[in-house]
Design a protein around this ligand. Structure first.
Ligand code: FES
Length: 585
């Protein structure tokens, strides 16, 4: 199988392990003979790693064990050798304090696993929110060709009372429960059906957002992201991913930096806006761009958002779940509609350009995938605001907020942490009314590892009066399945002395979305006086990963990567040392 080298005879990366007639070559081959691979197999065939975040504590990724087997079949069919590498699984709703700080840890695990093992290409298997960006970031830094395959959306069931049992439905029912419009019993019935099948959240939450933008980035096969986890077509896709990965392994191409360029990020942001996707994807795209040296900033998101309407009629900004979006044409259909706004010459791991993928695409339901001149809602889907309260920026998912709050002035009600909100939000002595601006601070990347607390609950007495949205501002994130006038990711965060730390109860806050402004209406001298008094919260983390995290985490406007993880290393091994090394002998 000598034709497994590239057309220009570039040797396989794995040859550095297996093709040497020396003691290390002997050790590597004999070690894997225990798995069943012969000397000839290992010397001639391309090796593909399958990085799998399966775990049975993570139902969003529960089908990845099956998909890994299908990928393995595809790799074998194409003449490759598959090796599966288990990765840390980040189960969004279970892991504490939140999944977010572990995104970077998993990215490091993925990067070092790829670099340290003899993989000529890798297949990344993720699903639940943070497993996807973590694997992408790690693989991008490792520099080895990769394809990403998501677990696919779950298939929610109908629950008591006709409520659709999905994550966005949870938020709506919590609102109804707090407003006294839903019984505890009906809410409990909903609990039993909300996670009815394997697969990630089935609306355009963070997992679906990351899944679809992987297609726009060019790192997933076209049409692969929205096929439900329980749909057998996903198994067929997994086999195709396996087969394609072998071709990439043989050719050593496309490398991550050949796909993930500025055009790819523009295309991804365009799609993110068009589907009303998760604000978390902003952070992940910023971090990923940092890994491949693309100078992406928050301003680019705002620029693109101004010209891209909401065309996908999916929750939480629209009506349907992602299965309808798939049936309407999926991501290829969305890209076809967005054609005039895309870089069509961008490369993909499929081997075709985005433009060539568009040529083969169709839209079959124009209620779910709307035309550019017939959007689901008018106005931008997301906005970036700045001002003396957020000098480095903050974001808002405008398409999921009440437009009445786009120009708003109101007095601040400040909460220092999420427990205080839980204890106090319904306290009538706080005097909260619908004009109040709810502030949560110390929930940023350093303060609390940036949990999804940004959709602050509204006081019961206001909900009972029919109030369903209020202006909320925080340095936290918000679930991609949630909604509301929440200004998120305020940067710099309060815990490092950002202006959010200086807000006091009763201060007037002004938001002007059309002008992209967020202002704390307090005199500069008074703010300076408060700044002199401010004391940083003491770090709780004296050792271990969280200590490393707090010392190196970057702010939200930079993507919350570690400062030492920006960029990629060249894929080199120290040849002299490697040749002379006899590990474990
Ligand atoms: Fe895993 Fe939503 S909880 S994707």
């Amino acid at each position: 199988m000598s034709d497994n080298n590239t057309k220009d005879s570039r040797p396989l990366r794995s040859a550095r392990w297996f093709r040497k007639d020396d003691l290390p070559g002997f050790v590597h081959r004999s070690t894997l003979s225990a798995v069943g691979w012969s000397r000839e197999d290992l010397m001639e065939r391309p090796v593909v790693g399958i990085l799998n975040t399966w775990s049975d504590i993570n139902p969003c990724n529960l089908n990845l064990r099956t998909l890994a087997e299908e990928v393995r079949v595809g790799i074998l069919e194409a003449g490759g050798i598959p090796f599966e590498a288990p990765m840390m699984s980040l189960s969004e709703n279970i892991i504490k304090p939140s999944s977010f700080p572990f995104r970077n840890l998993l990215s490091m695990e993925a990067e070092e696993s790829i670099r340290a093992y003899p993989f000529d290409a890798v297949v990344l298997l993720g699903g639940c929110d943070k497993t996807q960006p973590a694997l992408l970031m790690g693989a991008a830094s490792a520099g080895v060709p990769f394809i990403f395959l998501t677990s696919g959306p779950a298939t929610p069931r109908s629950a008591t009372g006709g409520n659709l049992a999905n994550a966005t439905g949870v938020w709506r029912l919590v609102d109804q429960l707090r407003a006294g419009e839903l019984s505890e019993g009906d809410f409990a019935a909903f609990e039993r059906s909300v996670m009815g099948t394997a697969g990630h959240c089935a609306e355009m939450g963070t997992a679906s957002s990351m899944g679809v933008i992987c297609e726009a980035l060019g790192v997933s096969l076209p049409g692969s992201s929205l096929v439900p986890a329980a749909d057998r077509r996903r198994n067929q896709i997994a086999r195709e991913v396996g087969r394609r990965s072998v071709r990439m392994a043989i050719e050593g191409s496309p490398r991550p930096d050949e796909v993930l360029d500025a055009r790819a990020f523009d295309n991804a942001i365009t799609l993110l806006c068009a589907v009303g996707g998760s604000t978390n994807a902003i952070i992940h795209l910023l971090a990923l761009a940092g890994r491949v040296g693309v100078p992406l900033t928050l301003d680019r998101f705002d620029e693109i958002a101004r010209r891209v309407p909401l065309i996908a009629n999916v929750q939480p900004a629209g009506e349907h779940l992602t299965e309808r979006l798939m049936a309407a044409g999926g991501v290829p259909g969305l890209l076809k509609t967005l054609k005039p706004l895309l870089h069509q010459d961008a490369r993909t791991v499929d081997g075709r350009t985005i433009g060539e993928i568009i040529e083969a695409a169709e839209v079959v339901d124009t209620d779910v995938i709307r035309a550019l001149d017939n959007p689901v809602k008018s106005g931008e889907t997301m906005v970036v605001v700045r001002g003396n309260l957020a000098p480095d920026g903050a974001v808002m998912k405008a398409c999921a907020a009440d437009p009445r709050l786009f120009r708003h002035r109101g007095p601040a009600v400040v909460f220092e942490d999420v427990q205080t909100i839980a204890d106090q939000i319904d306290n009538p002595e706080l005097g909260i009314d619908e004009n109040s601006v709810l502030i949560l601070r110390n929930a940023g990347p350093v303060g609390a590892a940036m949990p999804e607390w940004g959709m602050l609950p509204l006081p019961r007495h206001l909900m009972a009066r029919g109030v369903r949205d209020m202006l909320r501002i925080s340095d936290a994130r918000m679930s991609g399945t949630a909604y509301g006038a929440a200004v998120l990711h305020v940067s710099p965060e309060a815990a490092i002395g950002g202006p959010l730390a200086l807000v006091r109860n009763g201060d007037i806050i002004e938001l002007d979305v059309p002008a992209r402004r967020l202002e704390l209406c307090v005199a500069p001298e008074e703010l300076e006086r408060r700044r002199q008094e401010w004391q940083p919260p003491a770090s709780q983390h004296k050792r271990g990963y969280r200590n490393l995290y707090n010392r190196h985490i970057e702010q939200a406007h930079l993507g919350c990567d570690f400062d030492f993880l920006r960029g990629a290393d060249e894929d080199t091994l120290p040849e002299g040392l490697f040749d002379g090394w006899v590990g474990g002998w």
